[in-house]
Design a protein around this ligand. Sequence first.
Ligand code: M6R
Length: 604
Amino acid sequence: MCGIIGYTGDKKASDIIIQGLKYLEYRGYDSSGVAVLNDGVIKVAKKEGRIVNLERHLEEYPLEGHLAIGHTRWATHGRPSDDNAHPFISFHTRFAVVHNGIIENYLEIKEELMAEGVVFRSQTDSEVVAHLVEFMDKGDTKRAILDAVAKLKGAFALGIICVDSPDVIYAVKKDNPLIVGVTDNEGFICSDINSLQKFLSEVIVLDNDQMAVVGRGKAEVFSFDGIPVKKERIKLTAEEENALSDYECFMDKEMSEIPSALRRAIKFYREEKCFSKIDKDYLKKIRRINIVGCGTALHAGLYGEKLLNKFIPDVDVHSEMASEFRYDDVKVDENTLTITISQSGETADTLTCQRMVNARGGKTLTICNVPTSSMVHYADYALMICAGPEVAVASTKAFNCQELVFAMFVFDLALLRGTITPETYAHFCAEIDALPEKAEKALALREKISAYAARNFRRKSVFYLGRGMDYCVAMEGSLKLKEISYIHCEAYAAGELKHGTLALIEKDIMVVALVTQKNLIDKMYSSLAEVKTRGASLTVITPFADNPSLLDIADYIMEIPVTEEVLSPIISVIPTQLMSYYIARAKGCDIDKPRNLAKSVTVE
Ligand code: M6R
């Protein structure tokens, strides 16, 4: 949801900005831009479309200088265009600003500034910040920025440069991520910790309502009151190489990393004794668990809900998409735990719910991939999924690891509360250990699924079906397919289809069914017969590949390894991920950067 970066140092700043923006492009790719300060003058280049457009423009019209800020945009206010691209320059061209977030009161500020004669050149909310800072400037740049920030409502991470400060970038954070870092003779700001791995070995993560003044080899942090704040430096440890290597795209790479990510997550959870860090007395007292997330993370939460209902029957469990949870009159008391799930830990809808619960005095636990994220920072407890950097907009390995960590948490909770025996617990632990190898086997379906995609990529409509735990995977498979292939796709609980949606099933419709729960085979067969009778093409993902009923009815069978049933969604989702990938590839889609989307959605 927009990426920002800034550099000051000896190198050509626009080159560093372009390199950094390429790592940030997953956050938005509608337009990009750079502002460079050189000899007391700020010059700007901005281009609609992908970063490569900006890069080509800079090859033709280079911008010299050693201080710059850059931006890659996911449009909210104002359509994607050169004019609406960041950075924005203030009315006397003394300041340049890049912004990630939304300025909620921008219209009000814009009117005030226009009444003072300021001319606006874009339809964005962000442009007000540049003019406002210059308007507030009485000769002390830091003061001017703090005074401007005091007038802003909304969420913002800002990068600001000023002609009066030729070596300094000002970084401001409220509710959107911002990291700063320095080497001996350089200074950086950036939206994302992974994007700085190439340049830095340690970083400072800004908290809300903090500002940093970043120079060469020096970063000072202040509260919005202007009071200096001492900050810890965090070492960067690359869990996975953040570059494409030989892979065609990041989604391809990230699916291949599922087995190693699962191994790492299991090891970390056990070696770091993650469950023991949660207050035992509290865990025994819990009467209600809310689960909140968006998109893929929500689907992992739905799986968690099924597990909790099965293994902790005396706790009420309620899962909800974050964008709705905050409007529900959800119960939060001292015996309620709210679990937020998020790959990025920055998704605004989920983060808002977490804050809402904390503000009401409830406890929160986050299942998250990014240790330096806001969700981890503000949650009472955190379980890290250790999936490593996930760059493709379509989430894959993070989902497998979210499910895994949720399952490990539920088994530990069940053991603690005495709802499973130590023997059952030991059995689940052994089954968990077997998952990475099973994931490898499921990934071996690549070739078969690639051929399958070549035959099926022209389908106009697809339905994913499942019952019980399989329904969570059906939802995830369906989201993945529509997200990257733009094929209309819906997920249905198999038994629900006959209550209306069956009317849509006809010849050429593709139905993909998940059948991993033995006791549900017969019921699934009935639902599948209903769609087959209406002419649909039927694909079945199952470990029961020699089941005569399934063999008889399916047009395609994708066989997955036999897995302990309560853990099967961690494996059965893999063919759905591969199907989406190969179908999108066959259609020639831009897999890592699907239209209209961004990886990290930091606006509500
Ligand atoms: O970073 P988060 O896990 O909070 O992101 C939530 C969703 O935006 C995300 O899972 C989205 O649905 C994915 N692009 C789906 O592949």
